[in-house]
Structures are given as structure tokens and as C-alpha cells.
Design a protein around this ligand. Sequence first.
Ligand code: FAD
Length: 277
Amino acid sequence: MIPVAFDYQKAKTVDEAIAALSGGDSKILAGGHSLLPAMKLRLSQPAKLVDIGGIAALKGIKEEDGEIVIGAATTHADIAGNKLIKNYLPFFAEAASVIGDLQVRNYGTIGGSLAHADPAADWPALVLASNAAIEVQGSKGKRRIKATEFFTGLFSNSLQDGEIIIAIRIPLPAEGTKTSYQKFAQPASRFAIVGCAVMRTADGKTNIAFTGVSDNAFRDSGAENAVSGKPLTEEAITASVEAAISGMNVLGDNFASDEYRRHLAKVYLKKALKAVS
Ligand code: FAD
């Protein structure tokens, strides 16, 4: 449980962090709650860690140009307690408050979670359901990646070498939008065996995203089409539940078989749809 030797650099700015990442086998260190366990198990053996925990520009939550902007190094605990989040994106606060335990929430960051792209992490479902963009910066400048194009497989994403997530940008939800995040948690770690995030506007446009179910979190267009723009009647909810997880490769492990996970996903979708009706 001891990692191989590595160099350590604490960056003061994003530019300094990007420069430190170039050349050599370096990795960003944020909250360390996914990276350090992987290093202790020697699943990850970077030659250098570039600590972004002291970069003020990567922390905090603000409203800007019609978007909620969450700095990548903002902790789960800070998101759970934030007034803007509670007001505009209450399911972000719900999800943040049930991540791991107090220590994980006080150290772990939203940017670290998205970059790590654990199939059982909570944030991927939330950024997908809220039409978020992941803002990244590298040596060639900044770009935005739509959440729907960010998660590419098991622990994989569309970041290019040397790019850092700097913020998560979520369009301000329209008046009357309702949200819900429902999770069946692994009882020890609290990771999602199944997590379902739903955002529904006043005129019925409904976004549905799952985590925990497959190699990476995903939007479920079959489930969405069954309820989008329609009243959330029992029949519509049943149709959505029946359509959900169609054609997906569902994970099975010692916590939940693929058949049980598929069943749970439908149960948790139903709970989320009821919560926004
Ligand atoms: P780190 O561990 O520092 O980094 C993780 C990876 O992301 C590394 O590869 C790192 O290089 C990269 N990285 C970090 N920040 C950036 C960035 N800004 N740009 C580019 N790359 C970056 N998660 C859940 O979702 N739900 C849970 O219930 C849950 N329970 C947990 C329980 C325990 C006991 C533990 C230890 C972890 C749990 N987690 C859970 C994971 C936790 O949320 C992690 O903190 C999170 O996944 C990673 O965030 P971090 O800031 O710790 O990142």
C-alpha cells in the first residue's frame, strides 16, 4: 500500500499547472481521493504529481453569462452547501451530500471526479442531465466539451494530453424546472450501484441520465422520448421505465448482477420521475 516514488509540484496558477504537465509522465492531484488509492495499489504510477489544490481560480461557484459556473477544484461539500446550487440546481446539492463520507466530501472535487470517470461516480449523471459543458484548458488554450461527448468508456474521457478541467458550466435552468437525483448506493463506499438524474422543464422537456449502470454514464434517449413534452401520467412514467436501458451493456459484479442492476435502474428512474412530477 505504498506508492512508487514520485516528484511533487504545487502549482499557483492554471498556466503553471499546464506547463508542469508538459513533458514526462505527470498527473494532476486535486482531492487525491481517487488518485492516491490507485497509486497505493500501484494501478497508477505517475513520475510527478502537479497539485492544483492551491489555485484559487479553480475554486468556487458563480453565476456568469446565463450559466452556473463551478470551478473544477470545488469540493463536493462546498457544492452541497452552496446557495446558488440549492436554488438553481437542487439535484447537484442532493447528489453532493450523498457522496462517500464527510472526509471524501471535504477533499474530493467535482473536476477530479469527472476526470477520473469512474463508472459508479455520481457527478457524470448530473452533468449529463443538466446539459453541462466541461471547460478545459491546455497549452493550445481553452475549449468546451459537451458532457454528452466527455465520457468515452470505463475510466475514460475526451481530455487530450496536458489538458486540465477548469470549470463545469451549466446553463441556468428555466423558471419552473424540477430536478431529482436518486441513488442506490453501495453501503460501504456510497458509490452508485445505480444513480439516476432527471431534469424536467415546466414545458415537459425531460433529460434522463444514468450512472453505475454501464461502462460510463449516459443519457437515455428512449426513456426521455417517452415522457418529454408529455404530462407525467402513470402511463407515461411506465412507458419511460419500460423503454429505459434498452440495448445497453449493463455491468454485473459482486455487488449487483447485470439483471439486478437493470431492474434497479428502472426502479430508480421511476422514483426520479415521480419526484419531478
Ligand atoms: P483526484 O483523486 O485528485 O484525481 C482523480 C483523477 O482525476 C486523477 O487522474 C487526476 O490526475 C485527475 N484530475 C483531478 N482533477 C483534475 C482536473 N481539474 N483536470 C484534469 N484532471 C484532473 N465518488 C462518488 O461519485 N460517489 C461516492 O459515493 C464516492 N464515495 C467514495 C468513497 C471513498 C471511501 C472514496 C475514497 C472515494 C469516493 N468517491 C466517490 C470518489 C471521490 O468523489 C473522489 O474524490 C473523486 O472521484 C475524485 O476527485 P479528487 O478531487 O479526489 O481527484
